[in-house]
Design a protein around this ligand. Structure first.
Ligand code: GLN
Length: 487
């Protein structure tokens, strides 16, 4: 097989070729390593050197290389969560999600760049510099799993592991024209993930297609005794096979498909809904009355949890330590001053304020009540429809620097994805077309007409198998061409 044929294989196809002995695992690893080392998009914070790692013999994945978001602890390999404060940190253990992928035969190719502590929607908050979108290098890849998304879209890795707290898998997947799945909260262990907001953080796949997302998920799910919030998945995750949407009821929430969504994005979204109807789905308008309040609740709850989670970075146990302080408390302050970036400091201040005595109930308590309302909204809607469909992101990829001065504009990126995170339900983004034909792509092949738009499908907790099937049927019908990004 030629190198370019090798690199064209999806992860599932590569696993099959490896199992049949048509492809050699070191050859595959070296081909990807060469691509990753020559990366011009700043996707990686670390790329494997030395000998190609040996895959476990007889394992189902047989040596398919995997890129892993920086915030997953990987034994002896830098795990910095995109932050200066963890620069050079080498964990003594590996996160369960990564370990399970390795046990299934995946090999660690690289660690991917991300927004610092997963706070961001553009990857511009990384201490290791922004990641460029392979469709247009003047634009952001989305965030916070931007390195993972760009690497997969550009063909620098067959697939990647990311995390999603409010949209960080789905939104970059949408902006880079790939598939991203946020599983049901608790389906995948959080053990060894450097925490942002523990009641929301969830690991999941960023892949070229829906089958690869199912394959990765199938190897990661399940209870882990190291994470008390992890749950046994009630059934086996199967590879999707559906080609029709006959009998599937899709709900389009008014609140997430109107004001605030770019008209070009809405056009592509509506065309995808027509495709779904042709495949046999029925479509109805539904209401999620509290969804417009999701972002406000999220930006109280997530910073509150972050302010507590990030208290551990004090210069004593991990990474950076300020050397010039006269005494202990000065060392703490100096380390945190030098080690955290501006967005992380903003969130710590927001969170600490929201939790402070006298304000706790007014902010944190209220946001929790909104969260419950959102859970109830979804519960009511899923009595009537199987899945909710929305655009994943209100816009296509925007230019680098366009929103860095305006945090609120940046936060709006997650308008459509945060409600599902608060409700803990699974949601997948698949590419459904291109928008913005007037853009002049820099770096992508000249046949690209516009930038990718993502379609989000969300279902009740543990509906992953049905969700993946529906996404698979739709993906086939849409036939999105992702090759321009791999040029
Ligand atoms: N963009 C959102 C934030 O900045 C979500 C990030 C995430 O999902 N990790 O918090």
């Amino acid at each position: 097989m030629s190198t370019s044929d090798l690199l064209d294989l999806s992860a599932a196809a590569a696993a099959q070729a490896l199992a049949r002995g048509e492809v050699d695992s070191s050859e595959l690893f070296d081909a990807y390593r060469a691509r990753a080392q020559a990366d011009e998009l700043n996707c990686f914070t670390w790329v494997s050197g030395g000998e190609a790692p040996q895959a476990l013999t007889g394992s189902p994945l047989g040596g398919v290389p995997l890129a892993v978001k920086d915030l997953f602890c990987t034994e002896g390999v830098p795990s910095q969560s995109g932050s200066r404060i963890l620069e050079g940190y080498l964990p003594p253990y590996t996160a369960t999600a990564v370990k399970r992928m390795q046990a299934a035969g995946a090999t660690l190719l690289a660690k991917t760049n991300q927004d610092e502590f997963a706070m961001g929607s553009s990857n511009e908050n990384s201490a290791y510099g922004p990641v460029l979108n392979p469709w247009d290098r003047g634009r952001v890849p989305g965030g916070s799993s931007g390195g993972s998304a760009a690497a997969v879209a550009a063909g620098l890795a067959p697939w990647a592991l990311g995390t999603d707290t409010g949209g960080s898998i789905r939104q970059p997947a949408a902006l880079c024209g790939i598939v991203g799945l946020k599983p049901t909260y608790g389906a995948v262990s959080r053990y060894g993930m450097i925490a942002f907001a523990s009641s929301l953080d969830q690991a999941g796949p960023l892949t070229r297609d829906v089958t690869d997302a199912a394959l990765m998920l199938s190897h990661m799910v399940g209870h882990d005794e190291c994470d008390a919030t992890s749950l046994g998945f009630p059934e086996q995750i199967a590879l999707p096979s559906a080609e029709s949407l006959e009998g599937v009821r899709l709900g389009v929430p008014e609140e997430l498909t109107g004001e605030g969504i770019d008209p070009g994005v809405l056009d592509v979204f509506k065309a995808a809904l027509e495709q779904a109807e042709r495949l046999g789905a029925s479509i109805e308008q539904v209401r999620l009355p509290h969804a417009p309040h999701a972002l406000s609740a999220y930006y109280v709850l997530a910073p509150a949890e972050a302010s507590s989670n990030l208290a551990r970075f004090d210069g004593v146990r991990y990474g950076l330590r300020a050397e010039d302080a006269a005494e202990l408390s000065g060392m703490y302050t100096r380390t945190r001053h030098d080690g955290f970036g501006a967005e992380v400091k903003r969130r710590i201040m927001l969170g600490t304020y929201a939790l402070s005595s006298g304000y706790y109930d007014a902010f944190y308590g209220r946001a929790q009540r909104v969260r419950t309302k959102i859970v109830e909204d979804f519960r009511a809607v899923f009595e009537r429809v199987d899945f909710i469909v929305t655009p994943t992101s209100p816009t296509v990829a925007f230019e680098l620097g366009a929103k860095t001065a305006d945090p609120l504009a940046m936060y709006l990126n997650d308008f459509c994805t945060v409600p599902m995170s608060l409700a803990g339900i699974p949601a997948i983004s698949i590419p459904c077309g291109l928008s913005g034909g007037e853009v002049e792509p820099r770096g992508a092949r000249s046949d690209a007409r516009g930038l990718p738009v993502g379609l989000q499908l969300a279902g009740p907790a543990f509906s992953e198998n049905r969700l993946l099937d529906a996404a698979h049927a739709l993906e086939r019908a849409i036939g999105f061409d992702s090759t321009p990004a791999r040029a």
